[in-house]
Design a protein around this ligand. Structure first.
Ligand code: NIG
Ligand code: FE
Length: 418
């Protein structure tokens, strides 16, 4: 007989139970914590949540696999709504060049940046790339993450973009972490199209999008809308085509320059506008009106050694549904740790620990259209749980750079143990 899983002696169960929609304004600070809690799973789902004293008489060793949390903090499994999971190689040489004074854009124009990762990704066999991406996924899991979004974007040819999306699909079916795929063929203009960008854009619209849609390899389409990459007009053209194929839209917008990406996200009714370091009140109002999530990636500001973080406080106070994510990628944010991102959100963007946790659980889940399934600890939802070795949830961002994750449960099964 398959035993049910039960968690007992939870010091703080951070449930994030509440309205069935993304949290805005002051709601971001409301975590719905149960002190001295226990929890019972049934198969993949959460069955009961309550006080340890009330539930412990139902939890019998003969019928339950019991996890004793020993007074620790338990949160929903973290949700990372922006990652570039599948790539080969790393870019520590560029990291050093940036420290010595070269900018991200200069390195890209010289042929490095995204294009250098594209070369190593194209050179990898599907199996090699799969193994490397699986390693990345295990790093995310070991930092408490149970659901992620993963983008293509280091292939930039029909064959290589499809190869990456197939790897995402395979990881999703074989590994514990749930993965939602995003097609990012418009991440950069590849080497062979530098003199003819129009032909690359036509390739995206006429070959890549139909093929990805037909094979059902991605739910969303993303673009790097930035002055040195895709212009507003090009972005509007590509994303409008993507919308016609039924993709939800996500945009890398206004990261390095204020080039109009957030406005375009509002115009097209995108699901998320990501980065947003350069935006101001006008763009915030447009995003609010259009119901676009503000998806913030402070890891990239930190790793690139830049100073300007997105205006998270103004966004929260203006009623935007704020999400934070790692942006895990080899160029601007090689961190698999959402707790580290929470630390940056707290100290650099003045989000409280509670707001930061909401932004990488329930709000992140809604930004991926998965809010009815994950992101909070409530009966009927997937039993995705992270146990942290601490007694107060505020210690998760407070001990910055530490990994306090003890155990991760995905869909009612132990997926990682420290
Ligand atoms: O989100 N901005 C575009 N894409 C990534 C960086 C990718 C890379 O440099 O390899 C980002 O920052
Ligand atoms: Fe990104």
């Amino acid at each position: 007989m398959n035993k049910k899983l039960a968690l007992v002696n939870i010091g703080q169960l951070v449930t994030l139970a509440g309205s069935k929609r993304p949290r805005i304004n002051k709601e971001l600070g409301n975590l719905s914590i149960i002190e001295d809690a226990a929890l019972i799973c049934s198969g993949e789902k959460i069955e009961k949540v309550g006080k340890n004293a009330d539930l412990c008489h139902e939890i019998d060793q003969d019928y339950f696999e019991i996890v004793d949390a020993l007074g620790s903090v338990v949160t929903p499994g973290l949700v990372d709504a922006h990652t570039h999971l599948v790539f080969a190689g790393s870019r520590e040489k560029e990291y050093e060049m940036k420290i010595e004074g070269k900018s991200y854009q200069e390195i890209a124009t010289l042929g490095g940046g995204i294009r250098s990762t594209v070369r190593s990704t194209r050179d990898s066999s599907e199996e090699q790339l799969y193994l490397e991406a699986r390693k990345h996924l295990h790093m995310l899991l070991a930092n408490g993450t149970t659901t992620i979004e993963a983008k293509s974007g280091y292939g930039l040819s029909v064959v290589d973009e499809l190869k990456i999306l197939r790897i995402i699909q395979r990881l999703n079916s074989q590994e514990a972490v749930d993965i939602i795929a995003t097609f990012l063929g418009a991440h950069e203009i590849p080497d062979e199209y530098r003199q003819d960008r129009k032909s690359y854009i036509d390739l995206i619209v006429n070959e890549m999008l139909p093929s990805v849609a037909e094979k059902k390899l991605a739910s969303y389409c993303d673009i790097f809308c930035e002055s040195h990459v895709f212009s507003i007009e090009e972005s509007r053209y590509i994303l409008s085509a993507a919308k016609q194929y039924g993709f939800g839209l996500r945009l890398h917008a206004d990261q390095l320059t204020l080039s109009g990406g957030a406005k375009l996200a509002a115009e097209l009714g995108a699901k998320t506008a990501d980065h947003l370091e350069q935006i101001g009140s006008e763009e915030i109002a447009l995003l609010k009106e259009a119901g676009v999530f503000a998806l913030l990636l402070p890891g990239s500001v930190f790793h690139l050694g830049l100073k300007r973080y997105p205006p998270a406080r103004e966004m929260i106070e203006s009623g935007l549904a704020v999400v934070i994510a790692t942006d895990f990628n080899p160029g601007s944010s090689p961190t698999p740790s959402l707790p580290m991102i929470m630390s940056l959100a707290c100290t650099q963007m003045r989000m409280t620990p509670a707001e930061a946790l909401t932004a990488c659980t329930i709000n992140a889940a809604y930004s991926l259209d998965k809010g009815d399934l994950v992101g909070s600890v409530e009966p009927g939802k997937l039993a995705d749980l992270t146990i942290f070795d601490c007694k107060d949830y505020r210690q998760i961002p407070y001990f910055f750079g530490a990994n306090l994750v003890k155990t991760v449960i995905k869909a009612g099964k132990i997926a990682y143990k420290c």
